[in-house]
Design a binder for this molecule. Structure first.
Ligand code: CU
Length: 145
């Protein structure tokens, strides 16, 4: 896994570093190696994401993606739909409950309202009519914005 990422990093620095390639770091809640696989797989499933590396010690993920194909917001949504809270999106209680017992990390804060994923981040108004976060994420975009 590590070498794969290294090789990729070398490829990137060797020339794919064109304007649209971007890398971002953000926090994803999780516990163990199983979480790591789940989180990284969810991130990589987003079209345009070229690499994802989550660190279980720091709980930080570094995602590389093609800015012309996706934005980091979609990565947050995909990870939340896999059951993991990010600093921008909270997972649904349902999805969280489906996680393996050892993966049920301590959540940052309990979600008070139903609906889950869309409270408390900066796109709240924009998405206030979004009632089906799961469906939205399947199309890769929230509320088909
Ligand atoms: Cu785990």
């Amino acid at each position: 896994m590590k070498t794969k990422i290294l090789v990729f990093a070398m490829l990137v620095s060797a020339g794919i570093t064109m304007a649209s390639e971007k890398s971002e770091k953000f926090k994803v809640y999780g516990n163990c190696g199983m979480c790591e696989e789940r989180i990284e797989a969810a991130a990589k499933e987003v079209k345009g994401v070229t690499a994802a590396d989550w660190n279980k010690e720091t709980k930080m993920i570094e995602v590389s993606f093609d800015e012309s194909k996706t934005d980091v917001h979609k990565v947050h949504i995909a990870i939340a739909n896999a059951g993991h809270d990010t600093n921008m999106h909270k997972a649904n209680d349902e999805d969280y409950a489906k996680l393996h017992g050892c993966c049920q990390y301590e959540r940052a804060q309990k979600i008070q309202q139903k609906g889950g994923t869309h409270q408390g981040h900066k796109h709240e108004e924009e998405h206030s009519s979004c009632t089906m976060p799961k469906k939205a994420s399947a199309s890769g975009s929230c509320c088909g914005k």
